[in-house]
Each structure stands twice: as structure tokens, then as C-alpha cells.
Design a protein around this ligand. Structure first.
Ligand SMILES: *[C@@H]1O[C@H](CO)[C@@H](O)[C@H](O)[C@H]1NC(C)=O
Ligand SMILES: *[C@@H]1O[C@H](CO)[C@@H](O)[C@H](O)[C@H]1NC(C)=O
Ligand SMILES: *[C@@H]1O[C@H](CO)[C@@H](O)[C@H](O)[C@H]1NC(C)=O
Ligand SMILES: *[C@@H]1O[C@H](CO)[C@@H](O)[C@H](O)[C@H]1NC(C)=O
Ligand SMILES: *[C@@H]1O[C@H](CO)[C@@H](O)[C@H](O)[C@H]1NC(C)=O
Length: 228
């Protein structure tokens, strides 16, 4: 009998661990809206028979740096009034991200947008970032090869997005030192990485907590079954 209980216990644990793993994996893929936005950009391009753009973590990290500087400049009309100096790319953004300067490529365009309420990536794409001719022509430019997205929320304030395009011809551009391990991402999120958004990013999903709750419930239920 004791053997039997032990055996069941073991099975329960295996089931529980598998479920937890599944939850962890599924919540991870929803953790980074910057990557979702890159996917949306690429889907829009490929349906127009344009090339897919490489998702560059180096560009993504600099896009996040860019919106960091714009955090105070969202008008009541949700337009961004922000012009960081060009030199900031090489003098501020790249060093902050640990982009190896010899690999700094060609930036071929950027789109910045803000919105006072949180939007899903698909809404941010069509309602904020690509809603005029200028941004549409940037999105569909044939010379781009790489893309990076950063997003951040100003303290209790509006949400900011930045898309950076590059037209570098090799794929060894905007290389992050140490594969980006050294970046201390305090706020927001950027594309090209599996790191989910940190505090200050878009609203945290409560899916994970929900799942923990369900798991807890399930576990108690299983225990009860076992003891009867
Ligand atoms: C906001 O939009 C209104 C109407 O389009 C315009 O009259 C006003 O100047 C805009 N304000 C700002 C700060 O852009
Ligand atoms: C943000 O707006 C202020 C006031 O209009 C302006 O002085 C400043 O240069 C802007 N910041 C950037 C990075 O453009
Ligand atoms: C595409 O981007 C390149 C490089 O930034 C620019 O020279 C060119 O005019 C753009 N093409 C279109 C159709 O906008
Ligand atoms: C690409 O995005 C633009 C801007 O949202 C939209 O007008 C256009 O219909 C999209 N194209 C495709 C093929 O999805
Ligand atoms: C770079 O491009 C080459 C050829 O296009 C490809 O074989 C290689 O896998 C790419 N490397 C990376 C890191 O994407």
C-alpha cells in the first residue's frame, strides 16, 4: 500500500512539473510585445512581396534608448515631439547597449509614436506607428534589411514605441558585446531577445499569476484525491 501511494505521488509530481513547464513556456512567448511588433512588420512586408527584415537585438536596444529620451514628449494628441541629436546613436545609445562600434551599421529610418492608453501590438502598429504616407513608405522601403523595436511606458504616463530600420548589407551589424548579457534592462522592452518586459513596460499580464493560482488549486485537488 505504501508503495502504491509513493508511486502515485511520483506520478502526480511528474504531471505537475509538466504542467508548470507548459505554463512557463506559454507565458514566455507572450512576454515581449516588441517581438510581436517585428512579426507584424514582417507579415505586412511579406504580403507585399518585400523581404523579411532580420530582428536585430542591437537595433532593438537602441530603439529602447531612443524612446527613453522621448519619454517626456508626448502631446495630448498622442504625437511625439522629440528629436534626439543624430550623434546620440553612436555616443549614447550604442555605448549604453554595448553595441560594438566597429559593427555599427547604417540606420535607414525610424518611426516613433506614443499613446496615452495601452494598445496591443497590432493596434500600436496600425493606429500609432503606420498611419500616414510617410511611415508607410518607410515600412515598405526595399533597402531595409534589419529592424529593431523598443517600447516603454513613462512613469504612470503614456506608452512610447520606436522602430529602427537598418540597410546594412551584412548580418553582422549592431553586434552586442557578450551577446547582450551585460545589458541591464531596467524598464521597457526591446525586440530580438527573449527577455520579457520589465517594470515600466506595457501592462503586465496577469496570466502568469492566474496560472499559478490554477496550479495551486489543481495540486490541492490532486492531494485530496490521493489521500482518500
Ligand atoms: C491637437 O489636435 C487638434 C485638432 O486636430 C489641433 O487643433 C491641436 O493643435 C493639436 N494639438 C497639439 C498639441 O498638437
Ligand atoms: C522634448 O520637448 C522639449 C520641449 O518641447 C524640448 O525642449 C526637448 O528638446 C524635447 N526632447 C527631445 C529629446 O527632443
Ligand atoms: C528607401 O530608403 C533609402 C535609404 O534610406 C532612401 O534613399 C530611399 O529614397 C527610400 N526609398 C523610398 C521609395 O522611399
Ligand atoms: C500594411 O500596413 C498598413 C498600415 O497599417 C495597411 O494600410 C496595409 O493594408 C497593410 N498591408 C497588408 C498587406 O497587410
Ligand atoms: C548571415 O547570413 C548568412 C548568409 O545570408 C547566413 O548563412 C548566416 O546564417 C547568417 N548569420 C546570422 C547570424 O544570421
Amino acid at each position: 500500500m505504501a508503495m502504491m501511494v509513493k508511486y502515485l505521488c511520483c506520478c502526480e509530481w511528474i504531471v505537475l512539473c509538466n504542467l508548470l513547464l507548459a505554463v512557463a513556456v506559454s507565458s514566455k512567448s507572450h512576454g515581449n510585445p516588441a517581438n510581436d511588433l517585428v512579426d507584424i512588420i514582417n507579415r505586412n512586408r511579406t504580403t507585399q512581396r518585400l523581404s523579411q527584415l532580420n530582428n536585430s537585438p542591437g537595433l532593438g536596444c537602441m530603439a529602447l534608448q531612443y524612446v527613453e529620451e522621448c519619454k517626456g514628449n508626448c502631446t495630448t494628441n498622442n504625437t511625439v515631439n522629440c528629436q534626439p541629436p543624430e550623434d546620440d546613436f553612436t555616443e549614447v545609445f550604442a555605448p549604453n547597449c554595448g553595441v560594438e562600434l566597429p559593427t555599427f551599421g547604417i540606420i535607414s529610418g525610424h518611426i516613433v509614436g506614443c499613446q496615452h492608453k495601452y494598445l496591443e501590438p497590432s493596434e500600436a502598429f496600425s493606429l500609432v506607428l503606420v498611419q500616414d504616407k510617410k511611415s508607410l513608405s518607410l515600412l515598405t522601403n526595399k533597402t531595409h534589411t534589419e529592424v529593431g523595436v523598443g517600447l516603454i511606458r513613462a512613469h504612470r504616463g503614456p506608452y512610447f514605441w520606436c522602430v529602427l530600420f537598418s540597410s546594412s548589407q551584412t548580418n553582422a551589424t549592431f553586434v552586442l558585446e557578450n551577446l547582450g548579457e551585460g545589458i541591464k534592462q531596467k524598464k521597457g522592452c526591446y525586440s530580438g531577445t527573449s527577455i520579457p518586459c520589465s517594470s515600466g513596460g506595457p501592462k503586465k499580464s496577469s496570466v502568469f499569476l492566474n496560472n499559478i493560482f490554477i496550479m495551486g488549486f489543481l495540486y490541492i485537488y490532486l492531494l485530496q484525491q490521493l489521500l482518500h
